[in-house]
Write a protein that binds this ligand. Structure first.
Ligand SMILES: CC(C)(COP(=O)(O)OP(=O)(O)OC[C@H]1O[C@@H](n2cnc3c(N)ncnc32)[C@H](O)[C@@H]1OP(=O)(O)O)[C@@H](O)C(=O)NCCC(=O)NCCS
Length: 218
């Protein structure tokens, strides 16, 4: 059970969002739980080829960082950051099975009210509209309940699948960050995309519904 943060202190956390029906199944997001360890690790170990080339370089082997024993540390640090209002971490479920993560990080309030969003989905659901649905649910939540005004996403120019996710949602490309992030062992250029509340007065989910990319289950 996730303990709610003190009333009004970190709006928008914890939360369960969705579901939305897409080609791959019923997509929802919720906070990460300790017992997600085996499902999370099984996917992460199996999908190394699909994930590693797009993720920030980190110390240790892939097996060490993604084995079952790695999850409790990740879960508790995500939870600690969420409780301090710095992150809104979510796992994605498809038909109630863990199938990825969406993380809103570097939450800055005051006169910025901004954060970044990052995401991955399991290889068995790619191409099924899962990431657009999950990101739409989370961005709407950030704008409508968590009090944020701007969400950014940075993507390598080579990552055509991720660029498509942001284009389908209507994020705006704002520039190219040169040698921005150490990914898969080198400093990589990244496009910066962003969206603000003014861009989507009715929210991203309604945009997906209007474009026929998702439906609300009956
Ligand atoms: C990027 C990613 C999150 C997209 O998630 P998704 O749920 O598959 O998103 P979509 O279903 O909207 O598909 C996006 C695009 O992927 C591509 N795609 C579709 N099927 C694919 C397949 N079998 N293999 C590879 N790419 C495929 C298509 O270009 C598709 O765009 P389209 O719908 O216009 O044809 C997912 O591929 C992923 O987890 N990649 C590895 C991690 C990563 O790159 N994270 C983002 C870092 S910025």
């Amino acid at each position: 059970m996730e303990a709610p943060s003190p009333q009004g202190r970190h709006p928008g956390w914890p939360a369960k969002l969705g579901p939305l029906q897409v080609k791959a199944g019923l997509v929802a997001v919720r906070g990460p739980r300790l017992f997600d360890a085996s499902a999370w690790s099984r996917i992460r170990l199996r999908d190394r080829d699909h994930l590693e080339r797009w993720e920030p370089t980190a110390p240790g082997t892939w097996e060490d960082r993604n084995g079952t024993l790695a999850w409790p540390g990740q879960w508790s640090s995500l939870r600690a950051l969420a409780r301090r209002g710095m992150t809104l971490p979510f796992v994605i479920t498809v038909d109630d099975q863990l199938a990825g993560q969406v993380t809103v990080g570097n939450v800055i309030r005051g006169s910025l009210c901004s954060a970044w969003v990052g995401y991955w989905v399991a290889s068995h659901v790619i191409g099924g509209g899962v990431a657009p649905a999950a990101v739409a649910l989370v961005v709407d939540h950030c704008f409508m309940l968590a009090g944020l005004h701007r969400i950014e996403a940075t993507v390598r120019p080579e990552n055509t699948a991720s660029l498509r996710v942001l284009e389908k949602l209507g994020f705006r490309q704002e520039g190219l960050f040169k040698r921005y992030l150490d990914v898969a062992g080198d400093w990589r250029d990244h496009f910066c995309y962003a969206i603000t509340t003014e861009d989507v007065p009715d929210g991203l989910v309604s945009r997906l519904l209007a474009n026929g990319r998702a439906t609300i289950p009956q």
